[in-house]
Design a protein around this ligand. Structure first.
Ligand SMILES: NC(=O)c1ccc[n+]([C@@H]2O[C@H](COP(=O)([O-])OP(=O)(O)OC[C@H]3O[C@@H](n4cnc5c(N)ncnc54)[C@H](OP(=O)(O)O)[C@@H]3O)[C@@H](O)[C@H]2O)c1
Length: 252
């Protein structure tokens, strides 16, 4: 029997690098995977392709505002009970310290709306249902930038939004600790895909790797394997924890 057989996981942002691997690993472990995408449907379909058709579903969800997170939760539940929510989708909008005010304003709004308000709303909705049932887990994908600020000056709002997400996860973990709801935060360092390598040429990616303590990026597969372990609830007392996954580049 695989670790997640019989479970259903809602994973946001499976069209991205980390979300795609989360979907593959959860599927490999036997879970039914409901994946979301915002714009890249083909990438999301490809991420789910290795999972048998009866154990996969794809939903379009943009977290730009309104009732989007609640609608997603309702749509996910329409197919049946959900056991785990992985809050992975996020926006990395620039907020330049020196530069255009409109870009600054828009970057903060997008970072807070997508990474904090929509993400926390989805967590709130799912935690309530999990608590009624007495079981369920939520895994928030934060960032090492949540603990130490971003090393990139233009990404202050992104780092702050990831800190807010982690902080809300801690509140939720405390609030529902006696109700069988587990809330975990994963804080990856620089990853070998997605936002970690976006807009960089291969030489720049190599230079970043050289600057990291292990001399390499965190692999997307490591995040997915850790999340699948957390979702298995083999270690429920980890609820409330932030698990650093950064190859000793940042040790608290
Ligand atoms: N890569 C890293 O180095 C790194 C490090 C630390 C933490 N993280 C965290 O890991 C998670 C995944 O990052 P990634 O590197 O895999 O990024 P990615 O490849 O850029 O994927 C981002 C995902 O989020 C979705 N998304 C973006 N804006 C959205 C919006 N407004 N509404 C709904 N969905 C939206 C994208 O959907 P579409 O593509 O379909 O539009 C995509 O599926 C994020 O939470 C990120 O903060 C990443």
């Amino acid at each position: 029997m695989t670790a997640l057989e019989g479970r259903t996981a809602l994973i946001t942002g499976v069209s991205g690098a980390i979300g795609g691997q989360l979907a593959r690993v959860f599927g490999r472990e036997g879970a039914t995977v409901i994946g979301t995408y915002r714009t890249r449907r083909a990438a999301a379909e490809s991420a789910l392709a290795s999972i048998p058709a009866e154990r996969r579903a794809l939903l379009q969800a943009g977290f730009g505002g309104g009732d989007s997170a609640r609608e997603l939760w309702r749509d996910a539940l329409a197919a049946g009970p959900v056991d785990t929510v992985v809050v992975n989708a996020a926006a990395m909008a620039p907020t330049p310290l020196i530069g255009d005010d409109d870009e600054w304003d828009a970057g903060w709004q997008q970072s807070l709306q997508v990474n904090v308000v929509a993400a926390s709303t989805l967590m709130r909705e799912s935690a309530r249902v999990f608590a009624e049932r007495g079981s369920g887990s939520i895994i928030a994908i934060s960032s090492w930038a949540a603990q130490q600020g971003s090393r990139i000056p233009d990404l202050g709002a992104y780092g702050a939004s990831k800190a807010a997400l982690r902080n809300f996860a801690q509140t939720l973990a405390r609030a529902y600790a006696r109700s069988g709801v587990r809330v975990y935060t994963i804080a990856p360092g620089v990853v070998d895909g997605g936002m970690g390598t976006a807009d960089l040429d291969p030489d720049e990616v190599r230079a970043v790797a050289e600057g990291l303590t292990m001399g390499r990026h965190v692999e997307v597969s490591e995040i997915a394997e850790l999340a699948a372990f957390l979702a298995s609830d083999r270690c429920p007392s980890l609820t409330g924890s932030t698990i650093d996954l950064n190859g000793a580049s940042y040790i608290r």
